[in-house]
Design a protein around this ligand. Structure first.
Ligand code: SF4
Length: 317
């Protein structure tokens, strides 16, 4: 079992992706209300070697030595904001040296791109997927809860600068939350920001796992499609339903089975499952997503958070 590598996991946006976790849970520059990892416990803009480069390198060397098949992508993602790790560029260089043919993607909130050294460290990536959930200060503060000093202008200007310097692809994710960032003013401001940033693609996404605020509801596909039209951009994609994940090549039925067996014994939280099964929470989340979509499991909100349990089958008369 690795501590910093997870998967390969079936990802809605990247196929089979080997995750590389560069920060511990939960170091981030934002504390988004929809975060599926949990609440940010270290809200910061300070870059440090949160996970030592040598430790990540050792796990990758072991992964390669074991003859594992190459994933579709190596992806920096995981328990927080990966660009907060000051050695992200070194990990990227190492991957490019060892597996030059496997593309590297970076799932980032994009907030640190105002920093020239962060932009420089990502230049060798193939695909960067930053997010921007709001372009009005009030909505941004409400949804993303930024670290002190992280103004919206600084954030958007960083994305604009990065687009000018980066030769790879940029897919900008906008997370739609009904009642939070779907007003006409919000969409107009987002449209202006998107047209300034000029990403290769905009991806509209919504909640499929519980966030840190209990009452959040996913946006409907109708609303997402409406917003896609209003953005009036040449490439806008509404992310497909999570149920398609099962169709991905390496959806592991053994992992699915062990999750089902565990929660059949007693309801568990995401953290319980991660501790018991030794799997990364992001990995478990992908499977819970499919199982919930297929109505095999359900969740209940108790004092310690969301618990997952098998869904009772309706009685037949
Ligand atoms: S930026 Fe990502 S990791 Fe950080 S709080 Fe938001 S959703 Fe969670």
């Amino acid at each position: 079992m690795y501590k910093y590598l997870f998967g390969p996991v079936p990802s809605r946006r990247l196929g089979m992706s080997l995750g590389i976790d560069l920060v511990p849970k939960k170091v981030c520059s934002l504390d988004c209300i929809y975060c599926e990892v949990g609440k940010t416990t270290k809200l910061t803009l300070e870059r440090m070697e949160y996970v030592l480069f040598e430790k990540i390198k050792a796990e990758l060397e072991d992964y390669f030595a074991k003859g594992n098949p190459d994933p579709d992508y190596f992806t920096f993602s995981g328990s927080g904001e990966p660009t907060l790790n000051s050695r992200i560029g070194d990990v990227l260089d190492f991957l490019k040296e060892k597996r030059p043919d496997v593309p590297v993607s970076v799932l980032t909130n994009g907030t640190l791109l105002y920093d020239q050294s962060v932009r420089a460290s990502l230049l060798k990536a193939d695909l960067v997927l930053p997010s921007l959930d709001a372009a009005l200060q009030g909505s941004y503060d409400k949804i993303d809860v930024p670290a002190d000093g992280l103004t919206l202008d600084k954030y958007i200007d960083g994305l604009v600068e990065f687009r000018k310097e980066f030769k790879g692809k940029i897919f900008l994710e906008i997370f739609i939350l009904e009642g939070y960032n779907d007003s006409d003013e919000d969409i107009q401001a987002l449209k202006d920001a998107v047209h300034r940033i000029q990403p290769d693609r905009v991806q509209l996404n919504t909640l499929d796992r519980p966030g840190t605020v209990a009452e959040l509801e996913p946006a409907s596909f109708e609303l997402m499609h409406e917003i896609a039209v209003k953005l009036d951009y040449h490439d806008v994609e509404v992310i497909a339903s999570s149920l398609h994940r099962r169709d991905l090549l390496a959806f592991r039925t053994d992992v699915e089975a062990v999750i089902l067996e565990t929660i059949a014994r007693r309801p568990c939280t995401l953290d319980d499952l991660a501790a018991m099964l030794g799997l990364h929470i992001n990995e478990i989340n992908k499977y819970l997503d499919v199982l919930e979509g297929e109505a095999q499991i359900e969740r209940v909100l108790l004092e310690r958070g969301w618990f997952y349990k098998l869904k009772k089958k309706p009685k037949l008369h």
